[in-house]
Structures are given as structure tokens and as C-alpha cells.
Design a binder for this molecule. Structure first.
Ligand code: FSX
Ligand code: SF4
Ligand code: F3S
Length: 393
């Protein structure tokens, strides 16, 4: 948590008002602000700024469009407990148009969209969920008589910011899987300009909330990578922070669903886990509030790379992942170095490995990845029997 006095400087009355409106206790509200600040990777004390912004900034008008998708992105947001979506709608954003949540239908719904666009021209946030079909003049998806391709352009023209939520809107996702008969395309491709993307199928709702709250707190969207993904959420590989990583490094793998290794929580690499080539914070930020471990690998299923273009819905689920940015054990920094001994055997070996890095690294990596737990046990037993033999001899 940040500077408590600063938070309380917001004024008791303000916090009481927040409590009443959000129907959250003060503690829950401040915890929610701290969670968002941590998600964004902000420094100590930033939760106070977040709390202040949520309380005092004018709620941005949000127009939320749905195209080719399953509505899982909205569903996942509905499962974000702190706060639940209805509280979010009422207090953090002003959700002026959302086809599956709004009570209005038909002409009334169209009027709500037009009114919001007019009243908040240049200031509203456009959120797009779903891919946009562009083949055959975009005839495969129409809402209120408008083609998706026209609707997204019309709504983006006067938006302050455009956020593509989910892999479908971010890079095409599942609807764009080959042979892609409708020409499902991303928001960025259709608009011809980069937009902020929150990929994942569905994405973690906190990544979306944190992006919107960043906009509220700092008046701008967070820093993004080349694919428009907020760096606070998508700059590390899932594999880098995975709770099963120690098993990967030790060569302990589940070989089949339900086998001894799987039941003991071993690494899922050999079952096709794409954590080593997928950039996302799934391994550090649980989904919803069902508790930690609430993410694919935590539940025992290999990551399918749902957020990563070229991986999710593209590579076969059980194909082993490409290793990105992985240092094989031979290249790990030494923990203990002998003093005054000159070059030790180990450091000479490490230097040799560095000199022939690619070859040495590849050999070690292949060796490690090639060992199943059973094979490793067999190797150990062999080594043990040799040692026993030597001891006896
Ligand atoms: Fe579904 Fe959203 Fe996947 Fe797509 O999430 S969960 S198909 S990313 O657009 O609704
Ligand atoms: Fe975790 Fe998958 Fe990496 Fe194994 S391969 S450590 S299960 S991310
Ligand atoms: Fe998707 Fe993999 Fe995360 S399947 S939800 S990117 S762990």
C-alpha cells in the first residue's frame, strides 16, 4: 500500500462516498486500487494517485462494440470481483453502449451510441471485442444494419483512445484461423493504425481495468510494445515466472495427462505448453478472484498461447514450444566461486560453453529437455549402482 496519510488526505467524506456508491468497504476499495497499481507496475504510493483518480476524475464514456467473438472478454470482466462490473460501470467508467449488457435494444440502442459519440466527441474510449470480417465487402457481420467494418471506422473517428480487447480484436484470434473464410482481421488492420491491444482468449480483466485506470490517473494510455500490448502486462514470457519452472530446469516433465509427473505438478512442456514462447502475465496474476493458481497451467493444462499471434489457434496444441530467451543451466551465473584458484574446471567449462555458445547451449538444452522424469530416475539409479560398485571395490 502507498502512503496511508496521503490516502486519508483524500478526506473521510470522499472515502465514505466511495464506500456508499461502490458498496465496498474502505479497505476493499483501497485494496482494489493497490491491486491495479501493482498490476501496472507502479512504484510505492501510486495506489493513492489511483484512488484519487477513480474518485475525482470524470468517468470516461466507453462505447464497447462486439463483432466476431464469443463474448468471453465481457464474461471474464463480469467475473472480476474487485469491483464487479456493475460497480465498474457506475463508478470507474460510463459504459454508454454495450450490446450484450444494455437494456436498450433496436433503435433505442442505436440512439444511445450516437448520443454518446456526439456528447463526448473526441473524449470517449472505444473498446472493440472481436475480429472484423473484411472479405466480400465485410458482409459477414452486421449490427443494426451497419457492417462491422463501417461501424468500427465510424466509432474510432472521434474516439480519444481505441482499445482492442481479446485476441480476436488484437490480431484476429480464433476467427482468423486458417482458412479464415470471412477474412477476420484485427482492429489495427482495419483502421490502418496501431491501437492498444489486450490479447488473451479471454484476457485477464485486470489488464483491461489497469489500462483504463492508467488513462484516468495519468491522462494517457500506458506504454505499449510493437504489437500495442501494455508493457506492464506483456513484457515477460509466461515461462519466466511459471510456478512449474523449477521442474522444467530440473528436467521433470509430465508426459501424459494424469501420469505420475502430471499429478505431482511437473512441467507441462512436453504436453505442448507454449509458455516459453508466449508473452503475458498469466503466471503472475490469477484470473478473477477464485484464488491463485487460477490460470491454465495452474489448473494442470498446458498454456496454448491464446494471447500470442502465430502461436494460439495456429500451432497444434501438443506441438512443443519454441524456446525463446532461455539460458540453459550451463550458462547460469555461478553461485559460489573458488577464491584465488585461477580458472577452475567449472569456470573453464562455462567459458568454453560461452565460446561455443550456440552449440554448447543447444546440447545442454536438448539434454535437459530430452530427459523425462522416468529416464532421469533410470540415469540416477545407474549412477548410484556405479558409485555403490566403486565403494564396494
Ligand atoms: Fe471470446 Fe472475446 Fe476469445 Fe475473442 O475474448 S474469449 S473468442 S479473444 O474476443 O470473446
Ligand atoms: Fe511452466 Fe509451461 Fe514453462 Fe513448464 S513449459 S515451466 S509449465 S510455462
Ligand atoms: Fe492463454 Fe496461456 Fe495465459 S493459454 S490465458 S496465454 S497461460
Amino acid at each position: 500500500m502507498g502512503d496511508v496519510s496521503e490516502i486519508f488526505d483524500m478526506g473521510r467524506k470522499t472515502l465514505q462516498a466511495v464506500e456508499r456508491r461502490l458498496d465496498l468497504s474502505r479497505r476493499e476499495y483501497l485494496q482494489f486500487c493497490a491491486t491495479l497499481a501493482v498490476t501496472m507496475g507502479l512504484p510505492k504510493g501510486a495506489d493513492a494517485a489511483v484512488a484519487k483518480a477513480i474518485e475525482t476524475a470524470q468517468r470516461p464514456s466507453v462505447i464497447w462494440l462486439h463483432f466476431q467473438e464469443c463474448t468471453g472478454c465481457s464474461e471474464s470482466l463480469l467475473r472480476a470481483e474487485h469491483p464487479t462490473l456493475e460497480k465498474l460501470i457506475l463508478d470507474v467508467i460510463s459504459l454508454d453502449y454495450h450490446e450484450t449488457l444494455m437494456a436498450a435494444a433496436g433503435h433505442q440502442a442505436e440512439a444511445a451510441r450516437k448520443d454518446a459519440m456526439k456528447a463526448h466527441k473526441g473524449k470517449y474510449i472505444l473498446v472493440v471485442e472481436g475480429a472484423i470480417p473484411v472479405k466480400d465487402n465485410g458482409n459477414y457481420c452486421k449490427i443494426g444494419g451497419h457492417k462491422a467494418i463501417d461501424l468500427v471506422k465510424e466509432c474510432a473517428a472521434d474516439a480519444a483512445a481505441v482499445i482492442a480487447i481479446g485476441s480476436c480484436a488484437s490480431w484476429g484470434g480464433m476467427p482468423s484461423t486458417g482458412p479464415n473464410p470471412t477474412g477476420a482481421s484485427s482492429v489495427g488492420e482495419v483502421l490502418g493504425k496501431p491501437v492498444v491491444t489486450i490479447p488473451g482468449c479471454p484476457p485477464n480483466p485486470y489488464n483491461f481495468l489497469a489500462t483504463v485506470v492508467h488513462f484516468l490517473t495519468f491522462g494517457k494510455l500506458p506504454d505499449v510494445d510493437k504489437q500495442g500490448r501494455p508493457k506492464f502486462a506483456y513484457s515477460r514470457l509466461i515461462h519466466e515466472n511459471c510456478e512449474r519452472r523449477a521442474h522444467f530446469d530440473a528436467g521433470r516433465f509430465a508426459m501424459e495427462f494424469g501420469d505420475a509427473g502430471h499429478r505431482q505438478g511437473y512441467c507441462l512442456y512436453k504436453l505442448g505448453c507454449k509458455g516459453p514462447e508466449t508473452y503475458a502475465n498469466c503466471s503472475t496474476l490469477g484470473f478473477g478472484d477464485a484464488g491463485e493458481n487460477n490460470w491454465p497451467v495452474g489448473c494442470g493444462h498446458p498454456c496454448i498461447g491464446c494471447s500470442e499471434q502465430g502461436v494460439g489457434f495456429t500451432k497444434p496444441i501438443h506441438q512443443v514450444a519454441k524456446m525463446l530467451n532461455i539460458a540453459p543451466p550451463l550458462q547460469y551465473a555461478r553461485i559460489v566461486e573458488e577464491q584465488g584458484q585461477g580458472a577452475s574446471f567449472a569456470s573453464a567449462a562455462a567459458l568454453a560453453a560461452l565460446a561455443g555458445a550456440a552449440a554448447g547451449a543447444a546440447v545442454m538444452l536438448t539434454r535437459n529437455l530430452g530427459l523425462s522424469h522416468a529416464a532421469e530416475e533410470a540415469e540416477r539409479a545407474k549412477a548410484d549402482s556405479k558409485t555403490d560398485g566403486q565403494a564396494k571395490g
